[in-house]
Write a protein that binds this ligand. Structure first.
Ligand SMILES: NC(=O)c1ccc[n+]([C@@H]2O[C@H](COP(=O)([O-])OP(=O)(O)OC[C@H]3O[C@@H](n4cnc5c(N)ncnc54)[C@H](O)[C@@H]3O)[C@@H](O)[C@H]2O)c1
Length: 446
């Protein structure tokens, strides 16, 4: 049997052993040995020359494509057919509610394309986001189930809960099995779906156990939103606003102008004309592009300049405490962050007012009295600082419409002054800044 030998690329004489010389060898693995079409990698091994130590560095490159599509399970749409026909089958995990609504269409699609389908329908409520659900999925994917191979992309169809747990199961299966994601909620389409951050809730904290493992392909088909309750659409819009405020002023203007129409028409899938349909696609594309520009190029969170964490610094602490829906917790976090940025001289009051007005035009909350609980806010900030690493809190805060910077530290005094400023401002708003259907119980999720 012929063994593949690495090719030394260093200028050192190949006759010298590592013991005799400092030596740097760069490995380039031959193409034909690739495990799968989406992942490549190479590395360097550097001997110190003392015959006792060496250092290895390795890089890993992955490809993750994101595509807007129309009618992904319409038999005439070739996208999934092409991926799975050459593999002879499709192994799929589908959100139970989505299966009830679209299961027939999904099964028909694979029948027409003559592709055997192994489908697991999985209940994916927030309370199912547990290690047990991940185990259940691993059982389905593993030797006792479908025995998927490490280069066979699993198809995942559902919302953010399913993309998190099924993505994690794929990360664990064979240590890394690719998957194709079809996000069926706004959150999954523009945020959780293409995200590399797969996870499950741990015993104490939300999303605390996970792996960085993005889908190799994310297909975004807004036509699924027609069956999504309005409260869930609004919830997802908060994640679009965070990218608009921190990164994309055009997206912000589009949301100011068309946001309420997009909400009431379920992203131009109900009672909408062609113009609004084009705007819906543009909004989704811009939000995705902006998000993946930052998140997708920083797949392992090796850097903390993450604009998409705007609205997510203090909210992970107050969201469960006040039993808020995630989108409303994020919009309260964004509105508070804007007032804090005013306090710090980073943002004008006019810009802050625009951010707050946009959230309010969609029925998103901008204030909750829980912000005044300083003990809770400071402990939440401490947790976040620990999570984000040694360098600082790095809270993204707006510096205008479409730009942001990162606050390395926020002192307790500054935090308190920011809360006071925000409270004073929100007390002038109708309703004191409350949102529509802002609690988990409003959507039957508590
Ligand atoms: N990994 C990340 O980067 C990231 C980012 C944002 C959010 N998240 C996670 O995402 C989760 C929230 O995701 P979500 O908002 O999609 O909620 P979800 O997955 O709970 O879906 C909401 C509800 O809608 C149902 N549903 C899904 N598609 C539907 C459709 N087309 N029509 C009708 N009903 C449908 C689901 O069954 C569920 O009951 C949270 O757990 C959050 O932590 C993760």
């Amino acid at each position: 049997m012929v063994q593949a030998q690495p090719q030394p690329k260093s200028s050192n004489s190949p006759k010298l052993t590592p013991q005799e010389s400092e030596q740097i060898i760069q490995f380039r693995h031959p193409e034909r040995y690739r495990t799968s079409e989406w992942y490549t990698g190479d590395g360097t091994i550097a001997a110190s020359g003392d015959g006792r130590s060496f250092k290895v560095t390795a890089s890993y490159t992955l490809e993750a494509e994101v595509k807007l599509v129309t009618g992904v399970f319409k038999p005439s749409n070739p996208t999934l057919g092409e991926i799975y026909s050459r593999r002879g089958r499709c192994v799929a995990i589908v959100d139970q509610t989505v299966d009830e609504l679209y299961g027939e269409e999904i099964r028909h699609y694979f029948q027409v394309h003559e592709i055997p389908l192994e489908l697991l329908s999985c209940r994916a409520w927030e309370s199912d986001k547990t290690p047990e659900t991940v185990h259940k999925l691993l059982h389905f994917l593993g030797k006792d189930g479908c025995d998927v191979s490490r280069n066979e992309p699993v198809l995942v169809v559902g919302g953010g809960v399913l993309s998190d747990v099924a993505g994690l199961a794929c990360a664990l299966q064979h240590r890394r099995t690719p998957y194709v994601m079809v996000g069926t909620t706004v959150v999954a389409a523009i945020d959780a779906g293409p995200s590399p951050r797969t996870c499950t809730n741990g015993a104490q904290f939300k999303n605390s156990i996970g792996a960085y493992h993005p889908p190799v392909l994310t297909l975004v088909d807004r036509h699924f939103f027609r069956t999504l309750p309005l409260g869930h659409i609004r919830n997802g819009m908060a994640e679009i606003i965070k990218m608009a405020v921190t990164d994309d002023p055009i997206l912000f203007e589009l949301m100011e102008k068309y946001g309420p129409r997009l909400l009431e028409t379920h992203f131009a899938t109900v009672n909408a004309d062609q113009e609004l349909e084009a705007i819906a696609d543009d909004v989704i594309y811009r939000a995705l592009f902006s998000y993946m520009k930052h998140e997708g190029t920083n797949m392992f969170e090796t850097y903390q300049d993450r604009p998409h964490a705007y609205g997510h610094t203090w909210s992970p602490r107050f969201e469960p405490a006040a039993k808020l829906l995630h989108g409303h917790a994020v919009s309260i976090g964004m509105a508070f962050g804007a007032s804090l940025a005013v306090e710090m001289g980073w943002l004008t009051t006019t810009e802050r007012d625009r951010i707050v007005a946009l959230c309010r035009s969609l029925g998103l909350a901008v204030y909750h009295p829980i912000l005044e609980d300083m003990e809770l806010m400071i402990s939440g900030q401490k947790n976040m600082r620990r999570k984000r690493g040694d360098g600082g809190l790095w809270a993204p805060l707006p510096t205008g419409i479409g730009s942001c910077d990162y606050a390395q530290e926020v002192s307790a005094e500054l935090l308190e002054a920011g809360v006071k400023r925000h409270k004073d401002y929100c007390s002038t708003l109708p309703n004191a800044g409350q949102g529509e259907q802002m609690y988990l119980s409003d959507l039957g999720l508590a």
